[in-house]
Design a protein. Structure first.
Length: 254
């Protein structure tokens, strides 16, 4: 592993581990990525930038894979849609988040009677899943935290069954950020400093082998939705108009 990649993962793991241990959102009820926060439920820490599950048309019996599942919010939304014969797998690299997600899974099971969720430890550049294990892959403001985004999309392609699809919400840059902002750990954990230019992000999806790439939602990033710390507060003006929150659909051909 490249030293810079290891450093990035360590920074992200530390940032989200702290959130998990506190079990509170750094965003005071709004999304770190500029989207409105949904109603609170199991796994909701306000760390998302979109709502990929609502675009996904999940059917009973499907196997759904959530990349960077955190405390499990999207896993628990998808699970009733997949039903008892389906499965929803969350993958996360942060031990504290996985511990919180598994506690939330117990509450979810007690509330719904469903036992169709599973959380696995791993990095999204090397997914702990078999080839063709998933019918659908979702991700919510996580891929832009990866130090190797093309590898994430290649792994997603491998993990999908032929005919499967990805629906991912993420942050993309509309223009390059100033070098000083790219180095801020706080901005990286707030989904911004590690983001790709829009054309590069969509290009990485296509390069992995996906077809039918289309935008399902597209809105300008709002710095007011970021974590209320000195770094993001001071960077607000520089970030305005620099990034967008998008939801993208793509499929693996049959």
């Amino acid at each position: 592993m490249k030293t810079s990649h290891a450093r990035t993962r360590s920074m992200v793991r530390k940032a989200y581990g702290t959130v998990a241990r506190k079990a509170v959102s750094c965003c005071s009820g709004s999304s770190c990525c500029g989207a409105p926060a949904p109603a609170k439920s199991e796994g909701e820490l306000g760390l998302s930038c979109g709502d990929p599950v609502s675009f996904s048309k999940i059917r009973k019996g499907m196997t759904v894979l959530d990349l960077g599942s955190g405390a499990g919010k999207d896993v628990f939304i998808a699970a009733p849609m997949a039903g008892a014969k389906g499965k929803v797998i969350g993958v996360d690299m942060t031990p504290a988040m996985l511990a919180l997600a598994r506690k939330n899974a117990e509450k979810f099971s007690a509330r719904t009677g469903l036992k169709n969720v599973e959380f696995r430890k791993g990095v999204i550049e090397k997914l702990p899943v078999k080839d063709g294990e998933a019918d659908l892959i979702v991700s919510n403001c996580v891929i832009n935290l990866s130090p190797d985004k093309p590898a994430v999309f290649r792994e997603a392609f491998r993990a999908l069954k032929p005919g499967g699809a990805i629906v991912v919400s993420d942050i993309v840059l509309n223009r390059e950020l100033p070098p000083a902002l790219k180095k801020h750990a706080g901005l990286y954990a707030a989904c911004v400093a590690g983001a790709l230019l829009r054309k590069d992000y969509l290009g990485a999806i296509k390069a992995a082998g996906f077809t039918g790439v289309k935008l399902l939602s597209d809105r300008l990033y709002s710095a007011s939705g970021t974590c209320s710390d000195p770094i993001t507060d001071k960077a607000g003006k520089a970030l305005a108009g620099s990034a967008s929150s998008i939801t993208v659909y793509a499929r693996r051909k049959k």
